[in-house]
Every structure is written in C-alpha cells, then in structure tokens.
Design a protein around this ligand. Structure first.
Ligand code: PCA
Length: 323
C-alpha cells in the first residue's frame, strides 16, 4: 500500500503535476525510528518543509518499513522513491569506492572520519551521478567494535563463530577470522541473535543498544575499526525537476543535517557504551594479541581494497593522508 503511494507520487511528478502543486517525497530509512540517524532524518524533513513553505514535503519511513536497507539504493536509483538513506558500504562489491569508509583502521576517530569523508565525497558524488542519484548528506555511525558471547583472546577464538555481516568488509573480516559470515540487516539482528542464526558481529554501540544485544551477548571489544556512513540520496531526475529555491533549501537542510547528525553520533558514543555496561556487558579494549590479529587482517583488507579500487581509490587515500 505504501509502495503504491510512493509509485503514484513518482508518476505524478513525472507528469509534471502543475508547477505550484506541493510535492510529497516518501523517504525510506532502514534503522529504527528511535535511532539517531532516523531522528536526524526526520528533523531534516521538517527543515525542508519549513524552508520550502510546504512546497516539498518529505515523509520519513523508519525501520525498513517502506523498503528494507538492501532495497533502498535501487529504489532511489529507479525512482520508486525519490529520496532515501543507505549505508553505501553495503554496495562495495559493486563499486569499491562505496566501501572507502569501511577500510579497517584507516580512519578510527570522528576527526579522521571527517577528513576521509572530505576526500571521498567528490568522487562518490560522481559515481552516484553516473547511477542516476544525487548525494545530499552523510552521517557516520559511532566506531565499530566486536560483539561476542565469550571472552576473546585472539582472532583464533572466532573460528566457526556465526558472524553477522552488514557489508563486504564485515563479511571479509569474518572470513579472515575463519568465522562463518551471514549477511543480516540491522532490522533483523535481534531476531538473528535470539534464534542463534548469529552469535557475534561488529558494529557500533548504537546498533548494539538498538538491538538489546545484552539479552544474548556478553562482551563488546572496542576495536574502533572504522566509522561507516549512512548516505541520503535523491533520484537525479527528481532533483533536476526541482526549482532553484527548493534545491537551495534542500542543500541547506542537508548541510545542517550532516553537521547535526555527526555531532549527535559523537555525543552518543559514550552514552551507548554506558548503556551496554549498565545492562551487564563487559566493554573493554581488545587485548594485545587480539588487536595484533585484527590489525594484520586490516592490513590485508586494505591491500585488497586498494587493488580493487585502482587509481581512483588510491587518489582518495592519498588525498585523505595529505590532510
Ligand atoms: N550499525 C549498522 C551499520 C554500522 C552500525 O554501527 C549495522 O550494524 O547494521
């Protein structure tokens, strides 16, 4: 039903339903309504409504309720919806550049993540343009750590552990630890843990908190592997169909959303950790052997990414390192 409305909206737009008529864009987001990315997206939508005097209304659908995470990029690309949010690193098998934010230990702080984003943004915008999309803003998740239900002394302790992945990098990391990767969207994570389909994963305190992982798991190792981003994307023909004033309003609201969301991510990072501890989890940095093992895996993955991403990828990393 909701999908039909979205399609009707797109069709009305394609028919050029009168310049003065207000437009409504449905905005699928994959993570829970209470998650900071989704709350930020709702504030962004409010901003757009206000700054366009109601000419463009954006309606956020959180929790994967309109499209699931792994469907959102294609939905925006093909105009099934005209805006949506996606963790682009989940599409790194298609284009390595999508995974630039998930190279282990390359950018492990908010400051470094900002720089890496500055270096990634121009070529990423070009890539998205070639796929019929316009990038509006991107917000990092807090740093990624390793969730388990036992103490880990080395990567060898991960052998045969059922490991939930959310993108190519997390799946590769599982392989290199000789764990058993299974790709699962965040919306299905609680259930996967409860039914034993997954028993470990790497993610932020944010997703651990959202999924109440303390019901099954016991440890969170603060590995700080990377800070992956959610990206808000617009269908290119829809963007081109907007008048200048509306585009300016969208651009302003997007810049504000990026700054606000990034600040919120950093501010909540410690809070999430406190919640994990308050619910009985052990939150700790990895020991020396585990860290050394993960760094070796990270070095191999960095080489693999550079080989796959070619000159364009190397330019991004060189540019980042020169900042
Ligand atoms: N949460 C998302 C992606 C990264 C993160 O911190 C997830 O686990 O699906």
């Amino acid at each position: 039903m909701k999908k039909l409305n979205a399609l009707a909206g797109a069709a009305a737009l394609a028919l050029g339903a009168g310049a003065a008529a207000a437009e409504t864009w449905e905005m699928p987001m994959a993570y829970p309504d209470s998650n900071f990315h989704t709350e930020n997206g709702k504030e962004f939508a409010t901003c757009v409504g206000e700054r366009t005097n109601g000419e463009l209304e954006i309606v956020v659908h959180g929790g994967g309720s309109l499209f699931k995470g792994d469907e959102i990029k294609r939905a925006v690309q093909t105009g099934q919806v005209l805006i949506g949010e996606r963790l682009l690193s989940a599409h790194a098998n298609e284009e390595p550049l999508f995974g630039a934010d998930s190279i282990p230990f390359l950018a492990t702080s908010y400051e470094a993540s900002d720089k890496l984003w500055q270096a990634t943004r121009p070529p990423l915008e070009e890539l998205l343009d070639s796929q019929n999309m316009v990038l509006l803003y991107a917000v990092p998740w807090p740093p990624q750590g390793l969730y388990t239900k036992k103490e880990l002394n080395s990567a060898a302790d991960m052998e045969d552990v059922k490991f939930r992945s959310y993108n190519a990098a997390t799946a590769r990391m599982a392989e290199l630890m000789e764990a058993a990767p299974v790709q699962i969207e965040a919306a299905e994570l609680s259930q996967a843990l409860a039914t034993g389909v997954a028993e470990s994963f790497i993610s932020s305190g944010s997703t651990g908190y959202d999924s109440k992982v303390w019901e099954q798991l016991t440890h969170w190792y603060e590995v700080n592997a990377w800070l992956p981003r959610n990206h808000v994307l617009v269908n290119k023909p829809a963007w081109e169909g907007l008048d200048d004033a509306t585009r300016t309003a969208l651009g302003e609201c997007a810049a504000e959303a990026e700054a606000r969301g990034t600040a919120k991510s950093e501010e909540l990072n410690d809070w999430y950790k406190e919640q994990l501890v308050a619910n009985g989890m052990t939150v700790t940095p990895p020991g020396d052997q585990l860290r050394a093992d993960l760094e070796a895996i990270g070095a191999q993955m960095t080489e693999e990414w550079l080989a796959a991403a070619g000159d364009g990828g190397k330019a991004v990393i060189d540019n980042y390192k020169s900042m």
